[in-house]
Design a binder for this molecule. Structure first.
Ligand code: GLC
Ligand code: MG
Length: 239
């Protein structure tokens, strides 16, 4: 990763994954380039679920796999956990207290998942999210709330999230002048799309992203999914 000169940092569901023909075309396009593209997958899924998706969709194995909405980083062939990042996550992290507060908010349902470093819930409308946020705020517990797709509410440690995880990786490997493209389709991607690197919002993105502020480094693709990534890559990095 230290040597990476071309990097795609992408969300999986609804971004890299969703249109298999577009995905095949994107992979073929990358194969045809004279350079290699390093891959960083940054997903909301938990580790095992991300691995099954990679397998079932036949995705190229990434150099780095970030799971659980930017709270866990797995590196290299064996996907070893980044322990420095892990320690940072566990500092001041109070999942039991967060769950306790969540149980006092009606309309919030805990996601039935094996989760690492995050507390995740479902809602059907946005009012419970506002109430939850108010309660978390007055508890003084450090947290970051990420609302995606009008349905998923993730509470993650304050120094985490997809954007901070990506920035950590770039700093760790001292990546300064690589051609990087960040790609996403929903609310939990917003933080990484607005880091200040060339980014693409794919054409099928959810309203929460389509409504986000315009920026010269945020390209809005017309094509959906992987086709949108390819459009974004050509927009920023055609050589
Ligand atoms: C994925 C995860 C879910 C999370 C959501 C939003 O769908 O499976 O747990 O809440 O992303 O980040
Ligand atoms: Mg997505």
């Amino acid at each position: 990763m230290h040597e990476a000169k071309h990097i795609l940092a992408t969300d999986l569901d609804g971004t890299l994954v969703g249109d298999s023909e577009g995905l095949q075309q994107l992979l073929k396009f990358y194969e045809e380039q004279v350079y290699d593209v390093s891959l960083i997958y940054i997903t909301g899924r938990y580790y095992d679920s991300a691995l099954s998706l990679i397998e079932s969709e036949n995705l190229p194995v990434p150099d780095i796999l970030v799971t659980d909405v930017g709270t866990t980083i797995h590196i290299g062939e064996n996907f070893e956990k980044d322990e420095v990042w892990e320690a940072r996550m566990l500092e001041n992290w109070k999942p039991d207290e967060i769950d306790e507060i969540a149980s006092t908010v009606s309309g919030l349902t805990k996601q039935p998942l094996l989760l690492e470093n995050r507390c995740s819930y479902y809602v059907e409308e946005k009012e419970p999210v506002e109430e939850f946020q108010r309660k978390l705020e007055s508890s003084g517990i450090p947290y970051k709330l990420i609302f995606s797709g009008g349905r998923d509410v993730d509470i993650v440690p304050l120094p985490s999230g997809k954007g901070q995880a990506l920035q950590y990786i770039l700093d760790k490997y001292n990546i300064r002048d690589a051609k990087l493209l960040v790609a996403g389709d929903s609310g939990n991607d917003l933080e990484m799309l607005t880091l200040g690197f060339p980014s693409v919002i794919v054409g099928n993105a959810l309203p929460e992203l389509l409504e986000s502020e315009e920026h010269p480094l945020i390209f809005r693709a017309t094509k959906g999914y992987a086709g949108g990534i390819q459009e974004g890559w050509k927009h920023f990095h055609s050589e």
